[in-house]
Design a protein around this ligand. Structure first.
Ligand code: FES
Length: 160
């Protein structure tokens, strides 16, 4: 299993700073996921060895965090919050709009691999509800019409 030099530098720095190797698990998984696209069996085995945990322990951590995935996702992972604040301000309509526009349901990925869609719990942007997170970017105070514009923008970016 070979990661980039950037990954290796980050990993080396983290291992130096955390009191135990296992403390570096979640950020290491995130860096690996950003680089490979998802946490494959090979990635899990490699990281488990590096932080001195069993593969089962690593899988248990992955299953706890919704931002970590063992399945390939689209280039842009659209996470629509339908928790209480967002639900009251139109989160479910945004989700319906995304389903319609992308032609996929919860945890689905478009055939071109550009988008995946997820309905998620609170993403910590309640004051600006309804909110959507695409990869690491937040989009707030959305309506179905502005949601369309957000998706158009990513589509344009992804196909350039
Ligand atoms: S309820 Fe949607 S961001 Fe908190």
């Amino acid at each position: 299993m070979k990661f980039s030099q950037q990954f290796e530098s980050r990993f080396a720095e983290m291992i130096d700073h955390y009191p135990t190797k296992r403390s570096a698990l979640v950020p290491t998984l995130l860096y690996a996921q950003d680089e490979i696209g998802y946490l494959s069996d090979e990635v899990i085995a490699e990281i488990a060895g590096r932080v001195e945990l069993s593969e089962l322990e690593v899988r248990n951590v992955i299953s706890y965090y919704s931002m970590l995935t063992t399945r390939p996702r689209g280039k842009y992972n659209v996470q629509v919050c339908t928790n209480i604040a967002c639900m009251l301000r139109g989160g479910e309509e945004l989700l319906d709009q995304c389903k319609k526009r992308l032609g996929v349901g919860h945890k689905g990925t478009t055939p071109d691999g550009l988008f995946s869609l997820e309905e998620v719990e609170c993403i910590g942007a309640c004051s600006w509800a309804p909110a959507v997170q695409v990869n690491y970017d937040f989009h707030e105070n959305l309506t179905p019409a502005t949601m369309d514009k957000v998706l158009d923008e990513y589509k344009k970016r992804g196909t350039q």
